[in-house]
Design a protein around this ligand. Structure first.
Ligand code: ALA
Length: 464
């Protein structure tokens, strides 16, 4: 179901040394921020360009573009289902803007009763935590000090709240540490205690194969975003059993969600239409579906092995830098699989400063901060939970300082086209920053150059 259960020999040709080409327009720039967003695959761009001349209103017209677009949209759902090994008779694909959007859709699709519990883990992105707080009682299974998750702790929690837990909401891979919970085992546990499982696969699907059904096991709900899997066209997909989406009125209502409307009544369409208010993002769906197909055509075991090799290289290189602290599992050999995400801090240099130095002085893009996962980052930093007074003081001070920064860390995240040279450049750059953390004399000038370059590129976007 996750990488650990994917060891069967593959009939696919091995991935050669050349990863599939990407649309990247910044020569010399090293992108180590794939966990935030990925560039587009060239084949994704080509698919969008091929669909564009025929773009019409899905379910909204009788002309050729509209009819074609309606069929194409349906085809996109099938591609997504195939990508996850779903069953077109039982499963439904709901398209939305991104994983966050779709978790909100899902949270309003489940008919929670008062007192129902959603179990979340301490590894979650805010998007797989906050939406549940609005619809159910959220109980948290904490991460351990390295950001790992104990299945025993999950089981203890399921037992403690037995009969009340409707859903276990868990990430497929942490966006902070790359840690991959054993999704198969967690699905078994959730089901044993009468709960369903939702997997936030945003950080997983571009790195490892994920199947909805493996033998007797089934994941109830899975969601992921196009912009983290080389299809950044504003779409994401949520997949689950059809009947799960037909219990409640939709999260967003409007055109496309209803069959009959009178001045005071309306009847909702079946899924997935009920969940997709407004004219659908056909081109986003095309991009997502084409990326699914492209990833399916790769041998993801080879992709994973290459990513692990590069991650080990990064971990070894960074560990050797004086004053650098790595977060997450101390297992630098990756005996337990994880996706290529490496979080760290440099002693005496604020995380945002490190990210800026990497960007301006070394041409390397990373992300710094809390990565929309404040509970996990706080835990990894070893900081105590805030008291109510501290919480109030902090929220007040940050409200008055738009650029006020929370304690955080720096994150390098790998993608399909990351190379050994990219990793070595990161290590060399960090060694230099560690040796002399003062902003370089040319920093201001480089910032100005950066602003000018951005202005020129934006002009280029609107020039034709
Ligand atoms: N959730 C994305 C990240 O981790 C945006 O950067």
């Amino acid at each position: 179901m996750n990488a650990s259960s994917r060891t069967a020999p593959s009939a696919k040709p091995p991935l050669d040394d050349k990863p599939p080409p990407l649309c990247e327009g910044t020569p010399g720039y090293v992108n180590l921020d794939h966990a935030a967003t990925t560039p587009a695959l060239v084949v994704v761009k080509q698919a969008v360009e091929a669909a564009l001349p025929y773009y019409g209103g899905v379910h909204r017209g009788s002309g050729l573009p509209s009819e074609l677009s309606t069929e194409l949209y349906q085809r996109c759902r099938l591609e997504v289902l195939q990508f996850l090994g779903g069953d077109a008779l039982r499963h439904v694909v709901v398209f939305g803007r991104n994983t966050t959007d779709l978790i909100n859709v899902l949270s309003h699709s489940i008919a929670f009763e008062p007192g129902d519990v959603v179990l979340v883990t301490g590894l979650e992105h805010h998007s797989n935590d906050l939406p549940w707080r609005r619809v159910a009682r959220v109980v948290r299974v904490e991460a351990d000090a390295q950001g790992g998750l104990s299945e025993d702790a999950v089981e203890a929690c399921l037992k403690r709240h037995q009969g009340r837990v409707r859903l276990l909401a868990v990430t497929g891979a942490s966006n902070v540490t790359g840690y991959m919970p054993d999704i198969g085992l967690l699905a078994d546990l959730a089901h044993r205690y009468g709960a369903k499982i939702f997997v936030d696969a945003a950080q997983l699907v571009a790195h490892r194969s994920l199947r909805l059904v493996t033998g007797e096991r089934e994941l109830d709900f899975v969601a992921f975003s196009g912009h983290k899997m080389y299809a950044p066209f504003g779409s994401g997909a949520l997949v689950g059993a059809r009947e799960s989406f037909e219990q409640r009125p939709p999260f967003a209502s409007g055109g496309g969600t209803v069959s009959v409307v009178t001045p005071d009544r309306q009847s909702w369409l079946n899924a997935p239409h009920r969940q997709e208010a407004g004219t659908p993002n056909l081109l986003g769906a095309v991009a997502l579906a084409r990326a699914c197909r492209a990833l399916t055509s790769l041998d993801l075991r080879v992709v994973a092995e290459r990513e692990r090799t590069l991650t080990r290289r990064a971990l070894r290189g960074l560990r050797a830098i004086p004053g650098l602290t790595l977060y997450g599992s101390p297992d630098l050999e990756l005996r337990r699989d994880r996706v290529g995400i490496v979080p760290f801090n440099l002693q005496g240099v604020e995380h945002g400063e490190v990210a800026e130095a990497l960007a301006l002085d070394h041409g390397i893009g990373v992300r710094s901060g809390c990565f929309c996962a404040q509970p996990l980052v706080t835990r990894l930093l070893g900081r105590p939970e805030l008291s109510s007074l501290e919480y109030l003081a902090l929220t007040r001070s940050l409200r008055n300082q738009p650029d006020g920064r929370m304690p955080g860390m720096v994150r390098a995240s790998l993608g399909l086209c990351t190379s050994e040279e990219d990793i070595d450049r990161l290590c060399r750059a960090l060694a230099e920053i560690a040796a002399d953390p003062r902003p370089s004399r040319r920093r201001d000038e480089r910032r100005r150059q950066r602003r000018a370059e951005i202005a020129r590129l934006i002009m280029g976007v609107f020039a034709p």
